[in-house]
Design a protein around this ligand. Structure first.
Ligand code: ADP
Length: 171
């Protein structure tokens, strides 16, 4: 029997959306074990601390893991992505690709990461058309303006975003 194939799906997940979930579900089908890496310090001034982002990702990936019968391990990481990939023994990094806007950035990242470690493959998946336009940033903007975000994130995430924004405006 060959070695178990470990995949790594990294992101900020601030918060996790149906777009991310669609990518994670697809990624799960390609590997024996999926590690979801939650960037601790993404330089993006996140709405949620990393531990809360991890909790939300766990909350939505637990049912996915039992449904698909695959181990999904949600872990925070700091520092270089490629180092974290090495640490968890990933042979493949799986990212989602939305529109051309994602492409330029990812293209550069692939080039650099490939130089850092040529043995780790980087693959891109596209979400189902109905989830492709979803972005965490817009979910937060819509919620902040009082819009309904239930078409973009899970009920647990709706609750947390609503609570967080209420706490923010109260201070
Ligand atoms: P990052 O800060 O690394 O961009 P994100 O949390 O924004 O982290 O995204 C994590 C991954 O999920 C990225 O590969 C991103 O392209 C992908 N992703 C996010 N939303 C979608 C979506 N709606 N469709 C496809 N991929 C997505």
């Amino acid at each position: 029997m060959g070695k178990a194939r470990v995949g790594l799906s990294p992101g900020t997940f601030d918060p996790i959306t149906f777009g991310h979930m669609d990518i994670l579900r697809r990624a799960s089908k390609l590997v024996d074990r999926l590690v979801v890496g939650v960037a601790v310090n993404p330089g993006k001034d996140p709405l949620f601390e990393f531990d809360e982002r991890v909790e939300m990702v766990k909350h939505v990936t637990e049912p996915m893991s039992s449904e698909l019968g695959i181990e999904i391990d949600v872990r925070p990481f700091d520092g270089l992505l490629i180092h974290f990939a090495e640490e968890v023994g990933a042979s493949i990094i799986i990212r989602g690709l939305r529109a051309v806007a994602d492409f330029e950035f990812e293209y550069q990242m692939v080039g650099m990461n490939r130089t850092l470690n040529p043995d780790i493959e980087i693959a891109f998946l596209m979400a189902d058309a109905k989830y492709q336009a979803i972005a965490s940033r817009l979910v937060k903007e819509i919620a902040a303006l009082g819009g309904d975000i239930s078409a973009f994130v899970s009920p647990e995430v709706v609750k947390r975003v609503t609570e967080r924004l209420a706490a923010r405006s109260g201070t």
